[in-house]
Design a protein around this ligand. Sequence first.
Ligand code: TXA
Ligand code: MG
Length: 301
Amino acid sequence: METRILPLNADSIAEAAQLILAGQVVAVPTETVYGLAADATSSEAVARIYEAKRRPAFNPLIVHVPDLAAAEQIGKFDDRAEALASRHWPGPLTLVVPLRAGSRIASIVTAGLPTIGLRVPEHPAIQQLLRAVGRPLAAPSANASGSISPTRAEHVLKSLDGRIPLIIDAGATERGLESTIVAATGGPLRLLRPGPIAIEAEVGSADRIEAPGQLASHYAPSKPLRTGAVDAADDEYMIGFGEITGDASLSPSGNLVEAAARLFDLLHQADASAKPRIAVAPIPEEGLGAAINDRLRRASA
Ligand code: TXA
Ligand code: MG
């Protein structure tokens, strides 16, 4: 795939919007860092973010929306979350809030969690793109796994050349640092990631900084899970892949993008089934398979 760089203007935004509506990923500047944006309502489009980044693990992604009203259709805001949003949006603040039932966000975006990270960015490039697409955009930083966050189009190109169709170039980002993340999921507010907004004063004395990983940031099914299964015991809900069939299949054709896109939905489905255990067919340890296997290993531990 050829990666093109286009300057920010009405034409490049229209082209980016078209690509995103066709399920592709596009790099776009925000005021913090360049993001790799995909339609947050399409699990296959979001799986392509992971494929492009060669990220060996699934992390919940931040969903970008044009304004607070759009955010409130996706997440539930208590009074304190709403106060923070009103004060700092649009801007470099991400709020993790409970996910609203019936939102159309794909489960791979939240990595199966019942919470969601939402942000109203300020940069005109992503604002224009959000309005042109008319859908929420999932966007992690636009770098390959293991490289540093990109603050210029050239950084994105260096790390993702040939892996994405388009980079919108609007020069260096203003903040150069990823957004501040605050969790407002009930109980005290928690600072999950320090960032451009010094929020400590607003997060209150009873509240504290949370070490990374302290928040239950990974969904795991409640039942025992066995990986590498070629067939199922009577009490197992079998999740198939490729030629190995089961109660459901991650991808009958053995397609890893499809498998990543279906993973969290099928884990939830298996968890809700009458069977007390879960078995999952072997997944090749290549491309997105590494991220799928990482998640299955954690789920089985
Ligand atoms: O400035 C930014 O935030 C940039 C631009 C592109 O908006 N995005 C960004 O995304 O830094 P990413 O994927 O590199 O970092 C997202 C962080 C991860 O550490 C993830 O764990 C956390 O947000 N996060 C997202 N949703 C979460 C949730 N439901 N619960 C806990 N943490 C969450
Ligand atoms: Mg990142």
